[in-house]
Design a protein around this ligand. Sequence first.
Ligand code: ADP
Ligand code: MG
Length: 256
Amino acid sequence: MSGVILETKNLTKQFRGFTAVNDVNLKVQRGHIHALIGPNGAGKTTCFNLLTKFLVPTSGQILFNDKDITAAKPAQIARMGVIRSFQISAVFPHLTVLQNVRIGLQRQLGTSFHFWQSERALDRLNDRAMQLLAEVDLTEFADTVTVDMPYGRKRALEIATTLAMEPELMLLDEPTQGMGHEDVHRVTDLIKKVSAGRTILMVEHNMKVVSGICDKISVLQRGAMLAEGTYAEVSRNPQVMEAYMGTEAAELEGAH
Ligand SMILES: Nc1ncnc2c1ncn2[C@@H]1O[C@H](COP(=O)(O)OP(=O)(O)O)[C@@H](O)[C@H]1O
Ligand SMILES: [Mg+2]
């Protein structure tokens, strides 16, 4: 298997004549934490939705492990090991943290989940769920009703339910959005930890997170690829600095 796990070829998305993603050639290396960044309106979310199959491209191709997945449905790529982090709204707020992870595990089993109705199998399901909670440092919250957890912990739960699907490639959409410093730090460490043996592609605004854990960064501007490289490389690229002029320039520098 090649070192490239995910590749796009001339990926393009137009909305009624407006080109939101323009001829993007992206290569994500296996084992990397790869960030997609860019100023507001650059096309990050559109690109993410193309990769997760929530949007159909106007033209171009998407390859996962050298297989063409351009026409695949979200559920199909999930079975192949490409898992998008679930939004918090997809976690059941009035169930406990443990119950939510169990649902994630059952979802992965799909139609065969009746198998789990035997008692021994249910024990194994619980064991695996507790293992996942330990991995994201939520053991003490197992019996907490999800709605009662602090925001940052809910994002950790979201990562646990994603891990339940056994992703080969995890796609995270702004995992630290709306968090205070402490939660940002915790979730950043968590992403680093769960990246072992996996590949992670994330859209992320926080430059401290990007500079801290990402192996490679792709910068989008007006739908097109502006620059690629390590944080050190892209952050001193004059075109990138110009693209971030204004409020976000400070952010880019502040991460050093
Ligand atoms: N469904 C849509 N219909 C029309 N224009 C859209 C749609 N989605 C996004 N756009 C436009 O595409 C551009 C890129 O948007 P987006 O991908 O959300 O950027 P980012 O996530 O980088 O801020 C923006 O100009 C936005 O207005
Ligand atoms: Mg966006």
